[in-house]
Design a protein around this ligand. Structure first.
Ligand SMILES: O=C(O)C(=O)CO
Length: 295
């Protein structure tokens, strides 16, 4: 892979120096503009909040700005005011879900989910955001066909409101082999069938490249053939869910190029678990990942 860690580290050190200067001089805007020019501007980059949970939300906002992008995934309403202070987009809002295992395939949760999602769609729209994550839940013996039927009935109760408010519900695809045993939406075929049945531009899939490589592979062809159903992408290295560099099996520059080729103008969010112990090392991992995907 062309992008070496050493070059990235050199860049990261320069950026840390820039951040220190920025903090000292209080000239945030100046530094942001400088670092932004380091990225090509083709990919809309983001990072998942939980994988950088060692930082406060303010610190993560500062890191994101320093690295030259403007979005954080999986942030709920409580932290949106801080994102707004930094002019950072909440690229995949969360907080409407009950959890990852009790989801839209379960009729017994439809009433509560409907109430929560209707409210949250308004919160997301009022805050000027667009994407809201949702989950299928675990099968617990349910057949895939029954799951599709149930999820269709449930989601139809909230999609008209999402359409009205300009919000897109995005169901995340997870692997069920390693991280989320028994999760129903563990393959793109099932998710795409759900999209077809719901037939709305306001319901899409969050295609998590890591999870789908673990469960089904064939990443670039799947994206190329089905991009109309994919509204958002997550990354991570396979195996291990760590850095997306040459230590793992996916070649992210080619994947990012394939995503761009589909005309995608949504977000590609880093969701790998950084391996370094130090905060600086974790920041370098993020900068490296952004550089790898900045095609
Ligand atoms: O919880 C997970 O595994 C996720 O990928 C959340 O986005």
């Amino acid at each position: 892979m062309a992008i070496s860690r050493r070059n990235i580290i050199k860049g990261a050190l320069l950026t840390s120096a820039a951040l220190a200067t920025q903090n000292a001089m209080g000239r945030q805007q100046h530094s942001e503009d400088k670092s932004k020019t380091l990225l090509k501007g083709n990919i809309n980059h983001s990072v998942s909040r939980w994988t950088y949970g060692h930082l406060s939300i303010e610190e993560l906002c500062q890191l994101v700005k320093t690295l030259g992008f403007n979005a954080i995934d999986l942030v709920g309403p409580k932290d949106w005011p801080i994102l707004k202070q930094y002019n950072i987009d909440s690229s995949m809002c969360n907080g409407a879900e009950l959890n990852l295992v009790d989801g839209w395939i379960h009729p017994q949760f439809h009433a509560e989910l409907t109430q929560r999602y209707l409210k949250h769609i308004d919160l997301v729209a009022d805050a000027g955001y667009k994407n809201l994550v949702c989950f299928s839940g675990n099968a617990r013996g349910m057949s895939p066909e029954q799951g599709l039927k149930n999820a269709t009935v449930g989601l139809q109760k909230v999609i008209p409101h999402a359409e009205k408010r300009g919000v897109i519900l995005q169901m995340e695809l997870f692997n069920s082999k390693v991280n989320h045993p028994d999760y129903m939406a563990d393959n793109s075929k099932w998710g795409i069938e759900l999209c077809k049945r719901l037939n709305s531009q306001h319901f899409k899939l969050l295609y998590d490249i890591y999870h789908m490589q673990v469960n089904e592979g064939d990443v670039i062809r799947t994206i190329t053939d089905n991009h109309q159903y994919f509204g958002h992408y997550h990354t991570a290295g396979v195996p291990g869910r760590n850095e997306i560099d040459e230590t793992q099996e996916l070649y992210y520059p080619a994947i990012a190029k394939a995503i761009l080729k589909t005309g995608f103008n949504g977000y590609l969010a880093q969701e790998f678990i950084p391996t370094p112990k130090s905060n600086e090392g974790k920041a370098e991992s993020l900068q490296q990942a952004i550089a790898i995907c900045d095609v």
